[in-house]
Design a binder for this molecule. Structure first.
Ligand code: KG4
Ligand code: ZN
Length: 336
C-alpha cells in the first residue's frame, strides 16, 4: 500500500500540538506548545485561558509541524483532529482550524477520540504492536481499562467512578505543597520515602467490577495531613508521597492483571500522562515478568498530550475509509 501522511492537531486541554505522521507509526514532526507555565500560577487549568492561548499559537504550531517534517499541505493525505473528550472551548480551536484546512484543501477530515489517541501512542513506540491487547489509560482526566480488540475497536472494561488517577496525583501534590502538575513531583519525592510507612485505603468493589475509585485515598491523605497539622506534628512528605503512590499503583496493577487473566491476553500497553510514572512502570514490569505478560509504554513525550498520537489513531481510521463530515462538532464528553 502507498504511504499515507496525516497532519494531526490536538488542543483538548492545555497543550496546542500539531504533527505529521507517516503510516500511523513514524513521526516526521510533533510540535507541542505547552501552557503549563501559565496554568501553574492558578494551580490548575483555567478553561478560558486555555482557549485563548490555543488561538494565539495554533497557526504557528501547524506551520512549524509542516516545516519540520519538510512537507507542504499538498503532500498530506488527511487531516486528523481531536474532537473529544476535553474542554469544549479548547477542543473547538483545534477542530475549527482542522475543518478550515480540510475545506480549503479538499483533504479528508478524520475526527479522533483523545483517549484513542493516548492508546495509539503505543503503535508509534512499538512498531510491531498489533491488537488484541489490554490498555491501561491513566491521565489527568481519565482512567480506563480497555480491551483493544482491533484497530479502532474498543471495549471499556473498567473506569474510575470519581477522580482520575492523574487528578488524584495533582490534588495530593497540591495538599503537600508540591505545585502543579503534581504527578511528576510526587513521582520524584516518593523515591526518597517509604511506601509502606502509611497504609492508605484501596477501593474495591464487591460486584467484581474492574472499576476504580480514587477519591477515598485522596481524602485519606488530606485527613492524615489535617490531623498532623492539628496535633502540630511534623509530616514526612516523602513517606506520604510514596504511600499514596503505592495505594494508586496497587489497584491499577491488580485490576489490569485481572483483565489479562479473564480475557486471556498477554500484552498490556499503558498510556496517558501517568504512564510516565516510574513506580507504575516498575510495578507492572515486575508483575509482568512473573506472569509472562509483556508490558509496553510510550516514551514520556508520547505519554502526555501530543498530536502525533492523534495522527496515529487518525491513520488507522483513514485506511479503513472512516472520515468525518465537515460539520463535525466538538464533544466534551465523547466516549470511547
Ligand atoms: O495525558 P495528560 O497529559 O493529560 C490528560 O489528557 O489528562 O496527563 C496529565 C496528567 C497530570 O495529572 C500529571 O500530573 C500526570 O499526568 N503525570 C504524572 C506523571 N507525569 C505526568 N503522574 C504521575 N507520575 C508522573 N511521572
Ligand atoms: Zn490526554
Amino acid at each position: 500500500m502507498e504511504s499515507k501522511l496525516i497532519l494531526s492537531i490536538e488542543s483538548s486541554c492545555d497543550e496546542t500540538s500539531a504533527a505529521v505522521v507517516k503510516d500511523g507509526r513514524e513521526v516526521l514532526s510533533n510540535i507541542i506548545a505547552s501552557q503549563i507555565d501559565t496554568h501553574k500560577k492558578f494551580g490548575g487549568v483555567v478553561p478560558e485561558v486555555a482557549s485563548r492561548m490555543h488561538i494565539e499559537v495554533i497557526n504557528g504550531v501547524v506551520e512549524e509541524a509542516l516545516k519540520e517534517a519538510n512537507v507542504t499541505l499538498d503532500d498530506i493525505d488527511a487531516i486528523g483532529v481531536t474532537y473529544g473528550p476535553g474542554l469544549v472551548g479548547a477542543l473547538l480551536v483545534g477542530l475549527q482550524y482542522a475543518k478550515g484546512l480540510a475545506m480549503s484543501t479538499g483533504k479528508p477530515l478524520v475526527g479522533v477520540n483523545h483517549i484513542e489517541g493516548h492508546i495509539s501512542a503505543n503503535y508509534i513506540e512499538h512498531k510491531d504492536l498489533k491488537p488484541p491487547f489490554v490498555s491501561l489509560v491513566v491521565s489527568g482526566g481519565h482512567t480506563f481499562i480497555v480491551h483493544v480488540k482491533d484497530y479502532g475497536i474498543y471495549e471499556v472494561l473498567g473506569q474510575t467512578r470519581d477522580d482520575a488517577a492523574g487528578e488524584a496525583y495533582d490534588k495530593v501534590a497540591r495538599a503537600i505543597g508540591l505545585g502543579y502538575p503534581g504527578g511528576p513531583k510526587i513521582d520524584k519525592l516518593a523515591k526518597e520515602g517509604d511506601k509502606f510507612a502509611i497504609k492508605f485505603p484501596r477501593a474495591k468493589f464487591n460486584d467484581g467490577s474492574l472499576d476504580f475509585s480514587f477519591s477515598g485515598v485522596k481524602s485519606a491523605v488530606l485527613n492524615y495531613l489535617n490531623k498532623a497539622k492539628m496535633k502540630d506534628e511534623e509530616v514526612n512528605r516523602a513517606d506520604v508521597a510514596a504511600s499514596f503512590q503505592e495505594a494508586i499503583v496497587d489497584v491499577l496493577r491488580n485490576n489490569v492483571f485481572k483483565t489479562c487473566e479473564t480475557k486471556n491476553l498477554d500484552k498490556i500497553a499503558i498510556a496517558g500522562g501517568v504512564a510516565s510514572n516510574s513506580a507504575l512502570r516498575e510495578a507492572l514490569l515486575e508483575e509482568g515478568d512473573k506472569k509472562g505478560i509483556k508490558i509496553l509504554f510510550p516514551s514520556p513525550i508520547l505519554c502526555t498530550d501530543n498530536a502525533a498520537m492523534i495522527g496515529s489513531a487518525a491513520y488507522f481510521r483513514f485506511i479503513k475509509g472512516e472520515t468525518s463530515p465537515l460539520d463535525l462538532n466538538a464533544k466534551p464528553n465523547l466516549k470511547l
